[in-house]
Design a binder for this molecule. Structure first.
Ligand code: AMP
Length: 363
């Protein structure tokens, strides 16, 4: 339905699809502004569900669960982008506003749609080719060169569903290794740094952009973010412009995370965007005036956006798997702000929490 632009009063309920740590931090921010939160989580006792007023345990495309969420919520949002298209359509057909708009999710869910959309709006990406079967790989590799990375079009994240192909690798085996699913082949970006920009747009089209962060990945998973990144004014302006172009093109409402590759000549390519709060924006919770979580809640609730100025330099480190056992030492470190997600099972590589280490802002 056409949403009202009137700000939601405190006491209203914000529905969140997804029960993970992003939902948990959104729920905490919502509570601070006086909202109640209802979540749909795939499993009970979820990180978000444990800090929400109501946890509906169901698959994300369960029509009854979504109907119930729509019934009790004044606005609905997401903490992850892989919500099935039908579920999204079912929610949007109900008498409740859904932000960010479904189009942002459907574009970002598919790497081919995403890169095509970005290029159509003047935002550069790595060169890419659609791979529907192993026979497409030969011509694509001939065009894009080695090494190149084969990624499933849908449902890949944190380095999953992707494989690098070098000269020696047999293309057919690579296609099998990603499950024989529709894919894209990407040329390698010769980046000097990975950056990201977190930005927000409100229901009236006003925007707010955070300082850039510099990101370090290990095995495709974010390990560390340093922010504000030391970048030139021109780079900041370029990244800002890219985020704003993207948000306006999608009629976006909420927080978006845009991952960038910085090339040796200073040019920026978009790697991908996430229509939600983002791991590389966790630093804002201890380093900025209004953090990405409150900003997202403000945007989807029709409130004015808050200021994004940095207050500290922050180094954010993800706590993966058993690293979370360091909590007592981290709690004793006066420079470390500790965020734990309350997950019961510290499986290897699982994001269990993060720590923001603060230092003086460089001026
Ligand atoms: P993604 O899941 O697409 O965000 O990829 C995870 C990480 O793999 C990125 O943050 C980069 O470090 C690396 N990566 C992905 N695609 C490329 C590419 N086309 N060229 C170089 N590095 C890449």
């Amino acid at each position: 339905m056409a949403p009202s632009h009137a700000p939601l009063p405190p006491g209203s309920t914000i529905g969140i699809v997804g029960g993970g740590q992003l939902g948990r931090m959104l729920a905490l921010a919502a509570a601070r502004l006086g909202f109640d939160v209802a979540v749909v989580a795939r499993e009970g006792d979820s990180p978000a569900g444990r800090v929400a007023k109501c946890e509906i345990v169901a698959a994300y495309d369960d029509p009854d669960a979504l109907a119930r969420l729509a019934e009790i919520s004044d606005v609905i949002t997401f903490e992850f982008e892989n919500v099935p298209g039908q579920a999204l359509a079912a929610l949007e057909a109900r008498k409740v506003a859904v932000y960010p708009p479904g189009r942002a999710l459907t574009v970002s869910q598919d790497r081919f749609f995403e890169k095509t959309f970005l290029n159509e709006h003047g935002l550069r990406t790595v060169p890419f080719a659609v791979i529907d079967g192993p026979d497409d790989l030969g011509p694509a590799l001939a065009r894009l060169g080695h090494p190149a990375v084969l990624k499933t079009r849908r449902e890949g994240y944190d380095g999953k569903g992707q494989i690098w192909i070098d000269n020696a690798a047999a293309p057919g085996a690579a296609f099998e290794a990603i499950g024989g699913r529709p894919a894209i082949l990407e040329g390698r970006a010769h980046f000097v740094r990975e950056l990201s920009v977190i930005a927000a747009r409100d229901v009236h089209g006003h925007v707010a952009v955070y300082p850039l962060s510099e990101n370090h990945h290990e095995h495709g998973v974010l390990r560390r973010t340093i922010a504000p990144a030391e970048v030139s004014a021109a780079t900041t302006e370029a990244a800002r412009g890219m985020a704003i172009t993207l948000m306006h093109a999608l009629h976006y409402v909420g927080v978006v995370g845009v991952e960038l590759f910085e090339l040796a000549d200073g040019a920026l390519l978009v790697n991908e965007f996430a229509p939600r709060v983002h791991n590389t924006g966790h630093w804002t919770a201890d380093g900025c005036e209004v953090d990405q979580f409150e900003q997202h809640i403000r945007a989807v609730a029709g409130w004015p956006l808050g200021p994004t100025a940095p207050l500290a330099r922050v180094e954010m480190t993800n706590l993966l798997g058993e690293e979370v056992e360091q909590w007592a030492d981290l709690a004793a470190d006066p420079h470390a702000r500790l965020w734990l997600y309350g997950k019961r099972d510290a499986a290897p590589g699982r994001k269990m929490g993060h720590v923001n280490r603060l230092s003086l802002l460089k001026v």
